[in-house]
Design a protein around this ligand. Structure first.
Ligand code: ADP
Ligand code: MN
Ligand code: MN
Ligand code: MN
Length: 337
């Protein structure tokens, strides 16, 4: 019995990478990662190689049931390698692998809140067809009703697909701007959360095709008095999950490395981290309990119980989770070591 394996990888588009995929027919059902062959593609069509030396290698690193095709079909997330089997420069996962090895004993885990905005053509869902703007923000966040909520059938289909794929999705909600939504993945390890988030992003774009709706991870899809889209990144280590001092030490360490983090948290971060719309200015850092205007928020339950996790509110919706989880792991685990 043949099966369809959808090979998914991250391209070299600047300034923000996209996901790509193509289908491989395999002659047997897959029972382990090692049964998935390496494959290849034309890197000159993805901004990762020249036409003269175009071949790049797809190395499977994570797979799950394909919830769209069903049956024994699978989605296969890959790292991009050069033909000498070394990681391609655009392969940020390979760098994270080293970080994960170095700090494994601290057991870092992440929950990422992926915000996104649905568009039909050039217009966000819920924005009037003939131009202009909807009613100001206020009723849309976690709203219900056809005057406030736009795109729910697609959002529900995506949630269902993530669950059937076995992705560690932990919730969804409608966001502050019309047509803006969020799903959360985690808490799981740095590689797991990032692999599953990229796969969930691919599913969102793919399911959007069936609805004639595109999902953008643009951090500021509409200028003006409209919220941007982020990827709040919740983080803890074993020590933080038992000690409030460790939570504070991690927040302080993020403050000492603030600029390096912000520079690598997604293109266009200055347009989103303005100090308004539940953000702190990108060039300032402060943390606080329950503070949604802070760079890093400590949830109130964490302060009360004296242990738990922190939320880095700065990453953009269009961030690369392999980069964000690497920086946070590196900064916080080295401070806690
Ligand atoms: P918010 O109130 O900021 O909207 P969400 O409920 O959307 O928060 O997201 C919180 C995220 O934090 C979830 O993905 C959850 O899995 C994750 N999380 C919970 N506990 C921990 C922990 N100890 N370490 C890391 N992440 C955690
Ligand atoms: Mn949230
Ligand atoms: Mn949110
Ligand atoms: Mn949040």
């Amino acid at each position: 019995m043949v099966i369809r394996a959808e090979y998914i990888w991250i391209d070299g588009t600047e300034p923000t990478a996209n996901v790509r995929s193509k289908t491989k027919i395999l002659s047997n059902a897959v029972e382990g990662l090692d049964q998935l062959p390496i494959w290849g593609y034309d890197g000159s069509s993805t901004n990762q190689a020249t036409g003269k030396d175009s071949d790049l290698v797809l190395q499977p690193v994570y797979y799950c049931p394909d919830p769209i095709r069903g049956g024994k079909d699978v989605l296969v997330l890959c790292e991009v390698l050069k033909t000498d089997m070394s990681p391609h420069p655009s392969n940020s996962r390979a760098v994270l692998r080293e970080t994960v090895k170095r700090w494994a004993d601290q057991e870092p885990i992440f929950g990422i809140e992926q915000e996104y905005t649905l568009f039909r053509g050039m217009r966000p869902l819920g924005f009037p067809e003939n131009g202009g703007f909807p009613r100001p923000q206020g009723p849309y966040y976690c709203g219900v009703g056809a005057d406030e909520i736009f795109g729910r059938p697609l959002v529900e289909a995506h949630l269902d697909a993530c669950l059937r794929a076995g992705i560690a999705i932990s919730g969804i909600n409608a966001e502050v701007m019309p047509g803006q939504w969020e799903f959360q993945v985690g808490p799981v390890g740095p590689l797991e959360v990032s692999d599953q988030l990229w796969t969930a992003r691919w599913l969102l774009h793919r399911i959007g095709e069936d609805y004639g709706i595109s999902a953008t991870l643009d951090p500021k899809p509409v200028r003006g008095d409209w919220n941007g889209a982020g990827a709040h990144t919740n983080f803890s280590t074993k020590a933080m999950r038992t000690s409030y001092d460790a939570v504070i030490a991690a927040a302080e360490a993020l403050g000492r490395n603030a600029l390096e983090h912000v520079r690598n948290y997604g293109f266009g971060i200055e347009s989103r981290l303005t100090g308004s719309h539940e953000t702190a200015p990108y060039d300032q850092f402060h943390y606080g309990v329950s503070d949604r205007g802070a760079s890093v928020r400590i949830p109130w339950q964490v302060a009360r119980e004296g242990k738990g996790y922190l939320e880095d509110r700065r990453p953009n919706a269009n961030c690369d989770p392999y980069v964000v989880t690497r920086l946070i792991t590196e900064t916080c685990c080295s401070a806690l070591a």
